[in-house]
Design a protein around this ligand. Sequence first.
Ligand code: SAM
Length: 287
Amino acid sequence: MTEYQNPSLELRARVALDKHGFHNSHSLGQNFLLDEGLLNSLLDAAEVGPEDRVLEIGPGPGVMTGLLAGRCKRVLAVEVDKGLEPVLADVLAGTENVEVRFQDFMKADLDALTGDEPYRVIANLPYYITADIMLRLVTAKHVPESIAIMVQKEAAERVMSSPGTKSWCALAATVQSYGAAEVLVDVPSEAFNPPPHVQSQFIIIRKHEVPVVTPKDERLYLRVINAAFAMRRKTLANNLKAAFGLDQAAAVSALEGAGLDARVRGEALSLQELARLSDVLCDLTAG
Ligand code: SAM
């Protein structure tokens, strides 16, 4: 009789989840992807290659992690649920280029995690934190080369929206200042275990090779973006007054200095206009 030596990662994960009596946590959004065919097609679409260092956020039972290990140079996986430790140990046994850290990614020191070398991000996370995770990554000191992430279809539409449309928002402006977003794969609910009640899309955001905006002060620019979308029914002048403690005359003069109408609403502004306004405010606060 020949012994079955090399079970697939999917089988290893199913056996390990069962063996360790793992129960998916709804509050941690644990809808797992175990189908290697599907996961390989996601990695093909994201063009993960042998030179890549990958930060995987939320590896779950580690099927994607194991596939990544076979494709790229090094994987650092950050998982919040310590209950997955024995599962990941079984699934990734014998895999040398993977390190798993058990911590909440939102509280992790990103610079300490990623070091100085270029890195790419892969993530299938609970949908209630995908926006915060994207914001954290695209505003980091050391940004990734790309972020391939599973999101709810509506979130993908928001991230890819254009200025002046209903969906244009602080998330879109911040993400698009960093890179260009594209939908790679529509992933059916049945692919997840258990299936979520929403439609999912695997998207990639690739860092701009040449920045589309170069504000004088990046932090101030991000504050201007947040101010622009703070209260949608108010004019931008009113939002600037609230966010930067300006009086009416100073707010109007900042807008006019940036070549904008004094009655404009924040959600009408392009990235270049937001950056121009940020530069005017930068000069104002410096002077
Ligand atoms: N990537 C795996 C897959 O595709 O099967 C798991 C996906 S599951 C939707 C989300 C994973 O993210 C879970 O393993 C969950 O425990 C983990 N997670 C949730 N919040 C997290 C956080 N703040 N930091 C790190 N991991 C988190």
